[in-house]
Design a protein around this ligand. Structure first.
Ligand code: AMP
Ligand code: MN
Ligand code: MN
Ligand code: MN
Length: 283
């Protein structure tokens, strides 16, 4: 089987961040869907990886350690996937400790703003959904839906949690270039997650991809979640133009906001070098 025809999903979330399935449940679902190679890429944490690796071994799935880092470039928040990282590497470990602190501080500030608009016990509510994991905005959103403060998840983002909405707080995430370095130092591959979701103009996109490539970035997602065929074509064009490899991932969170199921993705165009050619076992 060639690199391009594998059933592969390199962007998935579990309860270690804002997914609703435990790492084991997620791996089992991926296995039911016929996934052969998968990564777990929780936001700013590697805490689910050990459990997922054990479950994957049981299912005969090749498991790739991953993470989805929140980073800043030119004042804009982006998501950067680190695939095939060594989660024990000191650069990654230090980065995770800092990010956890930033997420905890941010959650307190979001909670304060939500309390100010009349939401009761926002921190306790978000923690009910986050468990021991780091708090992400969807945990607040789910609590707000639970108690009927908003009618659905989208309203929670549209009115309160989305960028520049009433309970939005800006956060000093790590710089893109620093995060690329952590990933590379930890033996990983740096991939820009869902590049078209940032709604950059074409000229900002070109600036980003050029800077990313010069800084040692490896690839970009070409097929992600519910990208349309047009978006996939646009992404192929960018990857070819800037000499970037391509990745695919569902960005599955286990809740209904993301329609794609683990592994239910198209195949990578054969003109694009798969990022996974750098790390998968030959099957
Ligand atoms: P955080 O990492 O805490 O900033 O939360 C970001 C996560 O919230 C994303 O990874 C998505 O899972 C979710 N999200 C962000 N924006 C929206 C939105 N407008 N509607 C629904 N979910 C969103
Ligand atoms: Mn998320
Ligand atoms: Mn993301
Ligand atoms: Mn994601």
């Amino acid at each position: 089987m060639t690199d391009h025809t594998l059933s592969i999903d390199l962007h998935l979330h579990s309860t270690a961040s804002d997914g609703t399935l435990s790492p084991t449940e997620l791996v089992n679902l991926a296995s039911e869907n016929g996934v052969q190679v998968m990564s777990l890429t929780d936001h700013d944490t590697t805490e689910g990886l050990a459990e997922a690796a054990i479950a994957a071994e049981k299912q005969g799935i090749q498991f790739i350690n991953g993470v989805e880092l929140s980073v800043v470039w030119e004042g804009k928040v982006l998501h950067l996937l680190g695939l095939n990282i060594d989660p024990q590497h000191p650069s990654i470990v230090a980065g995770m400790v800092n990010l956890r602190r930033q997420r905890d501080d941010r959650a307190e500030r979001i909670a304060k703003k939500l309390a100010a608009v009349g939401l009761e016990a926002p921190m306790e509510g978000a923690k009910k959904h986050a468990g021991t994991g780091a708090i992400a905005r969807p945990h607040f959103a789910r609590y707000m839906v639970d108690i009927g403060f908003v009618k659905d998840f989208n309203e929670a983002f549209d009115r309160y949690l989305g960028r520049n909405k009433r309970a939005y707080v800006s956060t000093e995430w790590p710089e893109l270039f620093d995060a690329i370095n952590w990933i590379k130092e930890a033996g990983g591959v740096a991939v820009i997650a869902h590049p078209l979701r940032y709604k950059f103009t074409a000229s900002w996109m070109r600036r980003l991809l050029k800077a990313f490539k010069s800084a040692g970035g490896d690839g970009m997602e070409i097929i992600c979640g519910n990208y349309s065929p047009d978006e996939i074509s646009t992404s192929i064009g960018y990857a070819l133009r800037f000499g970037l490899q391509g990745s695919i991932g569902s960005d599955f969170h286990g809740h209904s906001n993301y329609s794609k199921q683990p592994g239910h993705l198209g195949k990578l165009h054969t003109a694009i070098t798969p990022v996974w050619s750098q790390f998968i076992l030959t099957v």
